[in-house]
Design a protein around this ligand. Structure first.
Ligand code: AR6
Length: 178
């Protein structure tokens, strides 16, 4: 676990399972239907129960780069923020901008709902194929830039699913804050 302070917010990196987090919201890496999938989204729906899918059905989907919020169902987190990252092709099809937007819009919802803490997975780096190094740089830069101009969120936590992802995020964060 790494913790640093950006402006008024503690930014944390930890290895673990996002479904177990006790932050006010956890973020899911969904597809644009919002009707469920595999990976972290499947895990969140399984752990949180059917109330999450019921709420998602009312939303009518979510375009890539945007975010929507629902109940957290049976999760410890009160809310799930569903964001849709880009599918990675070659990095030249607006993928960096869309990935940054997914984080920015998720943070904007966190602020809008006056939540104190939010946990993110590494969006787009599983089924959507975004290279971890590049995704980590975009994710961390975007979160840091948001926290430099917004002081309302107390904790932003990245929950990385394995040691390799955790190391890449750690090294990227160290390089960014030097
Ligand atoms: N906790 C934290 N991270 C996790 C967990 C977990 N429980 N499970 C997986 N990860 P992915 P994407 C990590 O594929 O690439 C879905 O089917 C995983 O190791 O979940 O944005 C959706 O419905 C990886 O680093 O999301 C979409 O169709 C990261 O979460 C599509 O996959 C993201 O992997 C979205 O693809």
């Amino acid at each position: 676990m790494i913790k640093i302070t950006i402006n008024k917010t503690v930014l944390e990196l930890t290895e673990g399972n996002i479904t177990e987090q006790e932050t006010d919201a956890i973020v899911s890496a969904a597809n644009s239907s919002l009707l469920g999938g595999g990976g972290v989204d499947g895990a969140i729906h399984r752990a949180g129960g059917p109330a999450i899918l019921e709420a998602c059905k009312k939303l009518g989907g979510c375009p890539t780069g945007e975010a929507r919020i629902t109940t957290g169902g049976n999760l410890k987190a009160k809310y799930v923020i569903h964001t849709v990252g880009p599918v990675y092709h070659d990095g030249k099809r607006n993928e960096p901008e869309l990935l940054a937007k997914a984080y920015k819009n998720s943070l904007a919802l966190t602020s809008q709902y006056k939540l104190r803490s939010v946990a993110f997975p590494s969006v787009s780096t599983g089924a959507y194929g975004y290279p971890l190094n590049e995704a980590a740089m975009i994710a961390l830069k975007t979160v840091i830039a948001y926290l430099e101009t917004h002081t309302d969120i107390q904790v932003v936590r990245f929950v990385l699913f394995n040691f390799k992802a955790c190391q890449i995020y750690e090294n990227t964060l160290k390089a960014l804050i030097q």
